[in-house]
Design a binder for this molecule. Structure first.
Ligand code: MN
Length: 252
């Protein structure tokens, strides 16, 4: 099995090496990751300048750094390697729970794999400085990979690991409201600048990704790329279809 490893923290992230080590138990591993941090870039792609892929020194792995986004890295990595079976992304230095999935570059790398008809699994954990801190998580990452890799029933899974896991749980994405707070500060040069801060503002609901990690479990959330609101679509079709256009209805 060919497993492409990427991330959004950059090629020299300690979490990337831990994930590559875990994945290497399951097949041939190649790393293609951004040359600098691309956190919170979401599913951005680079279309207005060329991308360059340079080799990099990451453990004993064949590794490449790319001057692009996580999604770029996956697209380029799959193009250059050929028959990739799965893409694993992370381990992100920071959890990607609930609404973070909208901003996450880690998850975007996994989503890019799914767009290209391959399995994508994203891994995130609390942020640690040293790769040794990620070593205790490797057995849990391996357990998740053992369950999921190659299973067509799980094309896209968002996995979050607490610092000291005590088991695994299947969860749903928490979509409670959050504060996209803007916090002003002052730049050393004197002008005002701003930090964008994302915090949940409602309590966690049992069964959600956030709940599982707070309870000390590895959270596994199966996701899909189809964002269609199926209930709204059903209501819309029931209300509007088959009726002649109403010429007197107000526009706008
Ligand atoms: Mn990151």
């Amino acid at each position: 099995m060919r497993i492409l490893v990427s991330n959004d923290d950059g090629i020299f992230s300690p979490g990337l090496l831990a994930l590559a080590r875990a994945a290497s138990e399951f097949g041939e591993v190649r790393i293609v990751a951004p040359d600098v941090e691309q956190s919170s870039m979401g599913h951005a792609i680079t279309h207005s300048r060329p991308l360059v892929c340079r080799s990099a020194d990451v453990g004993d792995f064949e590794a490449y750094r790319v001057n692009g986004t996580p999604a770029d890295c996956v697209a380029l990595g799959m193009y250059r390697w050929g028959e990739v079976d799965a893409v694993v992304s992370g381990i992100n230095l920071g959890l990607n729970l609930g609404n973070s999935t909208w901003h996450s570059g880690t998850l975007a790398a996994a989503k890019q794999a799914v767009l290209l008809n391959r399995q994508g699994i994203a891994f995130s954990a609390p942020s640690f400085d040293h790769h040794e801190s990620y070593e205790p998580l490797v057995p849990f990452v391996a357990e998740v990979l053992d369950r999921l890799l190659g299973d067509e029933g799980f094309p896209l899974v968002n996995v979050n690991l607490p610092a000291e896991p005590r088991g695994l749980r299947w969860t749903r994405q928490s979509v409670r409201h959050y504060a996209g707070a803007v916090v002003p500060g002052e730049h050393p040069a004197g002008h005002e600048h701003f930090w964008f801060v994302v915090k949940p503002v409602e309590e966690v609901e049992e069964g959600s990704d956030r709940w599982a990690v707070e309870e000390g479990y590895v959270s596994m959330t199966p996701l899909r790329l189809d964002l269609t609101d199926v209930d709204a679509l059903r209501r819309a079709r029931a209300s509007f279809e088959g009726r002649p256009p109403d010429r007197d209805a107000p526009r706008g």
